[in-house]
Design a protein around this ligand. Structure first.
Ligand code: F6P
Length: 343
């Protein structure tokens, strides 16, 4: 079978491991011919491809990023984009497509599926916010990178008696903040799921510092918001999918904490470091399992599905379900587990 592969949205550690698994399993077990589309849906629209075979995939398992490139191009937001995508898939004689991406990429995959494209999705995002799968690959790596950073921030914060605010990614979900905050022993964890009150945060830091601790790490998710009317924040630009570009809450928070408490404060915004570099062993394994399962789904003719992890088994779920709801953190996880270590 001639199978197309693409990676869309923000890059994520483990993308190359999925590509490698699709190619190896496809070529060895099924005799497939694989074609890579460059830069996600942009490559499909413009018909830009590269051959994908075992040779092209040698050595890519531990490599971050994606050998196919990626973009946030949305064919449904471009005049003639859908027609161009359909004719390019026909021109390249693509019989099935494996789309590796997050909510946006998979949403496009589902809508193209409704127009007859035979597509299987693989969930990707460091944010871990897709409800149909228990975990997305890339999340574990991002948490490890953030935890390593928090460990380092502790020693410099302690040396200078400072509060350090560490801003992590996650979009509208606080998974990275919660996991890295717990793993890194944060003094506060602020997530988008629960708007924070700056005075409550400051009071908690004051209590901590009165009790003899002079350094605190505050982990804030980029999507965290102050309780209405307590602090004003600027809103960012929108991308092609209408998503706000997030970031900046960490700087605001550090300045407010310093003003209100008098504790010297600094901010570290981890940003794209969380997405770069080699995937953890866990993410390599999960990505490999997803890749193998995706090409199996193609050969079972189970299209318009996404592979997902449920109770440590790989299952197939309808693509429509995969993109319908955001998986968010239950703030009880922060309250019941993390808070015990805030004092
Ligand atoms: O969705 C993954 C993610 O890394 C988010 O955590 C972050 O908000 C966003 O992508 C940033 O994306 P970019 O800077 O590539 O547009």
């Amino acid at each position: 079978m001639r199978v197309g592969v693409l990676t869309g949205g923000g890059d994520c550690p483990g993308l190359n491991a999925v590509i490698r698994a699709v190619v190896r399993k496809g070529q060895v077990s099924y005799g497939d011919e694989l074609v890579g589309f460059i830069d996600g849906w942009r490559g499909v629209i413009e018909g830009v491809v590269m051959p994908l075979d075992i040779e092209h995939c040698r050595g890519i398992l531990p490599r971050g990023g994606t050998i196919l490139g990626t973009s946030r191009t949305n064919p449904f937001k471009i005049t003639g984009g859908v027609e161009a995508a359909l004719s390019s898939l026909a021109e390249h004689r693509i019989e099935a497509l494996v789309a590796i991406g997050g909510e946006d990429t998979l949403g496009v995959a589902h809508r193209l599926g409704e127009r007859g494209v035979r597509v299987v999705g693989v969930p990707k995002t460091i944010d871990n916010d897709l409800s149909a799968t228990e975990v997305t690959f890339g999340f574990h790596t991002a948490v490890q990178i953030a935890t390593d950073a928090i460990d380092r921030l502790h020693t410099t914060a302690e040396s200078h008696d400072r509060v350090i605010v560490c801003e992590v990614m996650g979009r509208h979900a606080g998974w990275i903040a919660t996991y890295a905050g717990i793993a890194g022993g944060a003094a506060e964890i602020l997530v988008p799921e629960e708007p924070f009150d700056i005075e409550v945060v400051c009071d908690s830091l004051r209590r901590r510092h009165q009790a003899g601790r002079f350094a605190s790490i505050v982990v804030v998710a980029e999507g965290a918001k102050p309780r209405e009317g307590t602090l004003s924040v600027r809103s960012g630009e929108l991308d092609q999918f209408g998503h706000e570009r997030l970031g900046g809450i960490g700087s605001l928070l550090a300045a407010e904490i310093e003003n209100r408490t008098g504790f010297e404060s600094r901010v570290t915004i981890l940003g794209h470091i969380q997405r770069g570099g080699t995937p953890t062993a866990y993410d390599r394994v999960l990505a490999t399992r997803f890749g193998v399962a995706a090409i199996e789904a193609v050969h079972d003719g189970e299209f318009d599905t996404m592979v997902a992890l449920r109770a440590d088994h790989i299952v197939r779920v309808p693509l429509a379900d995969a993109v319908s709801t955001l998986k968010t953190v239950d703030p009880a996880l922060v309250h019941d587990v993390a808070e015990a270590f805030f004092a």
